[in-house]
Design a protein around this ligand. Sequence first.
Ligand code: PEP
Length: 249
Amino acid sequence: AGTGKFFVGGNWKCNGTKESVDKLVSELNSAHLESDVDVVVAPPYLYIDKVKNTLSARVEISSQNSWVGKGGAFTGEISVEQLKDIGCKWVILGHSERRHVIGEDDEFIGKKAAYALSENLKVIACIGEKLEEREAGKTTDVCFRQMKAFADSVPSWDDVVVAYEPVWAIGTGKVATPEQAQEVHAALRDWLKNNVSAEVASKTRIIYGGSVNGSNCSELAKQEDIDGFLVGGASLKGPEFAIIVNSVT
Ligand code: PEP
């Protein structure tokens, strides 16, 4: 891990029922979570209020998406204002499922990030290459292009955590090796140094996501430029998520 405070987010995606959410919240409430780690969970919108009212305040709440501007006549969308009203502190933007399943592009995601930050919602900014892009030697081209879209839109990186999530590793059980992840994290930090500032490069947390679990987290956490994790599948199990949170120690 690097010098920034370790950050672990749990992305529950489109999973759960009232019953399973209650169970997960009670597992998290009884788990030991190291105090020097920022812990955030992102429930489906429908359960955010329930989670906010039952989960220990030690864990902050994120949404998994937000509308690109002020709320209004946008059927089916959820606004940043509403997310703040209900107690969210964070939003995940640019997740690979939003990019590649739903079709959100770099520019739209950048605009969402700018709007969320302007309303004081912090951003987990996701980037990452597909398998064919990695195999074609385009990993950094893709990641840098996605970083640039954020950099072109956001006024400041103070409230941004970057999540490097190679698409081939998300939900596949194929975790990046610690060396593969470290290599990209170091390149991203370098990109920030060359394109934003040395200060932003050293302060911005770059977390890894893609099939992180209770068994592979500690080797990844040892890498110099890995400042935490964004966890999908394994965040649905409270005890395993706690192991990941505590992996930095
Ligand atoms: C994610 O959705 O951000 C993710 C990393 O998923 P998983 O941990 O299931 O690969």
